[in-house]
Design a protein around this ligand. Structure first.
Ligand code: FEO
Length: 136
């Protein structure tokens, strides 16, 4: 059984972005599995690569559409995306330090928070705007 299942509550009502957001759920589930096996810390380097690839692809896609559709909250949203990248960069530096032993839980909480508060709130904030422009 997965640690977190995708649910309709997370949907932003734009198919491509829902599919991209599912990567965060997958990353949470992989990390949870690794932690159960006592391999949380070992799983972090590939997880950070995945997170940064996700950011590179998905944030660019969202930001392009926000700009194209003149989304009023674009700047604030973009700042949050930059914060995500900066947090992952900080985690990457921490993984091989003594604090790295506690990093798996910290990353787990960070990704959960991203799912609930960024995807579940901030991303959902653009749904109406995009849908009103015929973007689904
Ligand atoms: Fe789906 Fe704003 O990240």
């Amino acid at each position: 059984m997965a640690y977190i299942d995708w649910k309709d509550d997370f949907s932003v009502n734009i198919k491509q972005f829902d599919n991209e957001h599912k990567n965060i759920v997958n990353m949470l589930n992989s990390l949870h599995e690794a932690m159960k096996l006592g391999k949380g810390r070992d799983s972090l380097a590939p997880l950070f690569d995945k997170s940064l690839n996700y950011a590179k692809e998905h944030f660019v896609n969202e930001e392009k559409l926000m700009q194209k559709s003149a989304y009023p909250d674009f700047e604030a949203h973009r700042k949050e995306h930059l914060k995500f990248i900066s947090c992952i960069d900080d985690f990457k530096k921490e993984v091989n330090t003594p604090q790295g032993v506690l990093l798996s839980s910290k990353v787990m909480n960070f990704l959960k928070d991203w799912l609930i508060n960024h995807i579940g709130k901030m991303d959902k904030g653009y749904s109406k705007h995009m849908n009103s422009k015929g973007i689904f």
